[in-house]
Write a protein that binds this ligand. Structure first.
Ligand SMILES: *[C@@H]1O[C@H](CO)[C@@H](O)[C@H](O)[C@H]1NC(C)=O
Ligand SMILES: *[C@@H]1O[C@H](CO)[C@@H](O)[C@H](O)[C@H]1NC(C)=O
Ligand SMILES: *[C@@H]1O[C@H](CO)[C@@H](O)[C@H](O)[C@H]1NC(C)=O
Ligand SMILES: *[C@@H]1O[C@H](CO)[C@@H](O)[C@H](O)[C@H]1NC(C)=O
Ligand SMILES: *[C@@H]1O[C@H](CO)[C@@H](O)[C@H](O)[C@H]1NC(C)=O
Length: 352
């Protein structure tokens, strides 16, 4: 064979190998959820979630191998309604290890949609490295006509391998949108565009595989960081719901049952019924913070005063955090500082 012909045949191979070497390393951590769910092609409810293993998820989207050198880790295989603190702590430690030991330039986590925003927020305030972490989920099981999982995974890998995604903490991506872990919430039980941050908006959108960000890398206002490297468990914090006829004895029950803090998903702007006020104040002053959040689904919950002129707030408020994110933040604050100092606790929720 003529030498030049040999060269020509090998050149594409060499280029392919070189291209592959230069691709970033992305680890896909699978935790379960609808994205790994199986049903008949026309069923999008009552399917069996958390069935496919991480290798099957990756094989369904071989195109991700053009974006990054992929490694898969099966962390759990559960519906996200079953996610809990004893899984989130090691999950966060795993993400930090994968990035800090140099084995991952970015991390993708597949998860159920139900508590996606809670896990994302937990990871975001316990992770402080520049490498992007993309949480991804699906509303339709993998077997459905127009399953959304495969393209969502493709975009999540694109996000985790993108240099423009660095220094943005943990993000959530579904349905071509990129959302902040701090503000994005699930707003609809079935629509594909269920994840929204109604007040704060999206961070960006995808143009095919390219994330188009609207802003420079930014940190949510006063977003804290908690080092959980030595933490094995977190204090119990419950959420109670505000409504007509709400029963304040549930607050006492929660606390006698072990809660060291309580978030109330209050009506409106964090309104506590008169029947709740004394008890809420009593517990907050006794070192068991009772934080007023809102069941409305968006925007800021204002400080609550008995005497506005005196300027001393009487009822703690969740600021910009919805009840489920306020609960996670309170767990981490209580673990590190306890609940004895009300202004210290409040300082984590006040955006100013
Ligand atoms: C958390 O979830 C895992 C997986 O379902 C389970 O094995 C574990 O017992 C749960 N932990 C607690 C404290 O409920
Ligand atoms: C990095 O950490 C991961 C997760 O613990 C481990 O599987 C991997 O072997 C580590 N890599 C290096 C280079 O230490
Ligand atoms: C809740 O507990 C506090 C403190 O023990 C008590 O003062 C209050 O009466 C209790 N409220 C109800 C509704 O049981
Ligand atoms: C409210 O606080 C102001 C300033 O400390 C005080 O002058 C006023 O008497 C208080 N009002 C009530 C009803 O306690
Ligand atoms: C409570 O926390 C605030 C804010 O961090 C701090 O200024 C104050 O000194 C603390 N109070 C006590 C008694 O430790």
């Amino acid at each position: 064979m003529h030498p030049s012909k040999l060269e020509i045949n090998f050149l594409p191979c060499i280029l392919l190998v070189l291209q592959c070497w230069s691709l970033p390393h992305v680890t896909i951590i699978a935790t379960g959820g609808t994205i790994a769910g199986v049903a008949s092609s026309t069923a999008t409810t009552n399917y069996k979630d958390s069935t496919l293993a991480v290798d099957a998820l990756i094989e369904a989207v071989p195109q991700v191998k053009d974006l990054a050198q992929i490694q898969g880790i099966q962390f759990s295989n559960i519906g996200s309604e079953n996610m809990n603190t004893s899984l989130l702590l090691p999950l966060s430690k795993l993400v930090t290890t994968l990035v800090s030991n140099g084995s991952s330039d970015g991390v993708v986590i597949t998860h159920g949609t139900d508590t996606l925003e809670e896990s994302a927020f937990f990871l975001d305030i316990t992770y402080d490295l520049p490498a992007p972490v993309a949480m991804v989920a699906a509303m339709r099981p993998s077997t459905a006509l127009s399953a959304d999982g495969p393209f969502n995974i493709y975009e999540a890998v694109a996000l985790a391998s993108s240099e423009t995604a660095a220094n943005r903490g943990v993000m959530m991506t579904l349905n071509d949108r990129i959302g902040s872990a701090v503000y994005t919430t699930k707003t609809n039980t079935r629509a594909l565009d269920t994840f929204k941050a109604v007040e704060q908006g999206y961070l960006g959108v995808f143009n095919d595989k390219t994330p188009i960000f609207y802003y420079q890398p930014a940190r949510a206002w006063k977003k804290p960081f908690f080092d959980i490297s030595g933490v094995e468990s977190l204090p119990k914090v419950d959420i109670l719901y505000g409504h007509i006829d709400s029963d304040v004895s549930l607050l006492n029950f929660s606390i006698s049952n072990g809660a060291r803090g309580v978030v109330v998903a209050c009506t409106g702007d964090g309104s506590l019924p008169t029947t709740w006020k004394e008890t809420a104040k009593y517990w907050s002053e006794s070192g068991v913070p009772v934080i007023r959040s809102s069941r409305t689904g968006s925007s800021y919950v204002a400080p609550g005063y008995d005497n506005l002129t005196a300027g001393e707030y009487t009822y703690l408020n969740s600021g910009n955090y919805n009840p489920q994110k306020a609960r996670i933040l309170l767990q981490l604050v209580l673990n590190e500082y306890g609940g004895g100092n009300q202004s210290l606790v409040q300082g984590f929720f006040d955006p100013y």
